[in-house]
Ligand binder design. Structure first.
Ligand code: IPE
Ligand code: IPE
Ligand code: MG
Length: 250
């Protein structure tokens, strides 16, 4: 697994097509309510959007796609919605993993697995193992993930690794322990559903990411909507602290 530099330490390469896209898939409940359907119908439709987006990203040579599927705060939802989401996740894994593998896609789950039932953990582990050597798109699913949890679990591991070191830690000591150590930081962050917040997603890793917010609800986020997000990204000037003049002269 590769080691990637930090955007606050060195200037990363950024190309026409974002190397890493991170998405908060929001708006499933509202999509359903608009149609007088139960909220869970929106989650079900949302899976179709995931399937299409994965296909598009693989085709367009995006290297990393990271999807926020369930936050550490989503346990606060009604029990029946939480159970439905867990079941949906399980079914989607079972149903899709062979196809992901066929398409050379590597699947990785980030988040605290300790609250998942044993069957789901087993299914996750089997899916990761099957696709571990694949060299195409890396699809990361963030489930029971929280950005603060991630930073804290990394800090705890870092301190265990250097038991004698006190108050001398550098970024490079921490970053290998973050959940997404295997990927460069996201180039593009997309949030559907109209809210303009990060909701405890990748807090550390979004330091220099370009943000894109759209009112489109997740089940409606089709290829055209995705291409609009890419076009918006392509118009940005990523300065990483430098001046615009420095960019045009180099
Ligand atoms: C996002 O859609 C899916 C999850 C959080 C699992 P929501 O369920 O948050 O949909 P809205 O925001 O209520 O419309
Ligand atoms: C964020 O969506 C989490 C996921 C999409 C999985 P929420 O809909 O739960 O976010 P908040 O709580 O409204 O910010
Ligand atoms: Mg929401």
């Amino acid at each position: 697994m590769g080691f990637f530099s930090s955007s606050t330490q060195t200037i990363p390469n950024s190309g026409e097509i974002p190397n890493h896209i991170a998405v908060i898939m929001d708006g499933n409940g509202r999509w359903a309510r608009k149609r007088f359907l139960p909220r869970v119908a929106g989650h079900k439709r949302g899976v179709e959007t995931v399937r299409a987006l994965v296909k598009t990203c693989a085709k367009q040579d995006v290297k990393y796609l990271t999807l926020f599927a369930f936050s550490s705060e989503n346990w606060r939802r009604p029990d029946d919605e939480v159970s439905f989401l867990m079941g949906l996740f399980m079914d989607a894994l079972k149903r899709e993993v062979a196809k992901l593998h066929e398409n050379n896609i590597r699947l990785i789950l980030i988040g605290d697995r300790s609250r998942f039932n044993t069957e789901l953990v087993a299914q996750i582990e089997a899916s990761e193992k099957l696709t571990a050597e694949n060299t195409g798109l890396t699809l990361t699913i963030a489930a029971n993930y929280g950005g603060r949890w991630d930073i804290l679990q990394a800090a705890n591991k870092m301190m265990l690794q250097h038991p004698k070191k006190v108050a001398q830690f550098a970024e490079e000591d921490l970053t290998p322990h973050l959940a997404m150590y295997y990927a460069p930081e996201p180039d593009l962050f997309i949030r559907t559903g109209g809210e303009k917040r990060v909701s405890n997603f990748l807090l550390w890793q979004l330091a220099y990411t370009e943000f894109y917010f759209t009112d489109t609800l997740w089940p409606d986020f089709d290829d055209e909507a995705f291409q609009t997000a890419i076009q918006s990204y392509q118009q940005r000037e990523r300065r990483f602290g430098r001046t615009s003049e420095q960019l045009t002269h180099s």
